[in-house]
Design a protein around this ligand. Structure first.
Ligand code: ATP
Ligand code: MG
Length: 140
């Protein structure tokens, strides 16, 4: 499988509970390498832009509120099959459905406060990385 890069976010519900290190450790233990990382408190405009694909969904307002409620850690992860691997380590969107050992099973509070985001395909990974990082911020 090819080496890929994916975009990951540690959401405000997790940064506020001081889980940045524990979540990053799970990503690293799965063989993913953090090649870029920064802490940002996103504005409403940034959150609406990032989640524009969901703008017509009934939970969009709640999603923007949740994502702007505190600081977020945005990261780029690199590794073999990184996009799928990250989704596996994250677990299902709703923590009630997440497998044992996944980040969302261990740490998420609810479907809205589900601790992490990860890109779902190569195209979205490229778009999401470019949304938050410039090329010189990616350091393998
Ligand atoms: P993410 O895109 O954050 O990695 P995902 O791909 O597992 O998560 P999506 O369907 O893309 O899930 O939804 C994006 C985010 O919107 C979810 O992570 C969750 O925080 C929120 N969300 C999704 N469905 C609901 C819902 N029914 N009620 C509240 N929030 C929701
Ligand atoms: Mg998604």
């Amino acid at each position: 499988m090819a080496i890929e890069r994916t975009f990951s976010m540690i959401k405000p519900d997790a940064t506020q509970r001081n889980l940045t290190g524990k979540i990053t450790a799970k990503l690293e233990e799965a063989g993913l390498r953090v090649v870029a990382s920064k802490r940002v408190w996103m504005s409403r405009q940034q959150a609406e832009g990032f989640y524009a694909v969901h703008k017509d969904r009934p939970f969009f307002g709640e999603l923007v509120e949740t994502m702007t409620a505190g600081p977020t850690v945005v990261q780029v992860l690199e590794g073999e099959g990184a996009i799928l691997k990250n989704r596996e380590v994250m677990g299902a969107t709703n923590p009630a459905n997440a497998d044992a050992g996944t980040i969302r099973k261990e740490f998420a509070l609810s479907i809205g406060e589900n601790s992490v985001h990860g890109s779902d395909a190569p195209e979205t990974a490229a778009q999401e990385i470019a949304y938050w990082f410039s090329g010189i911020e990616l350091v393998g």
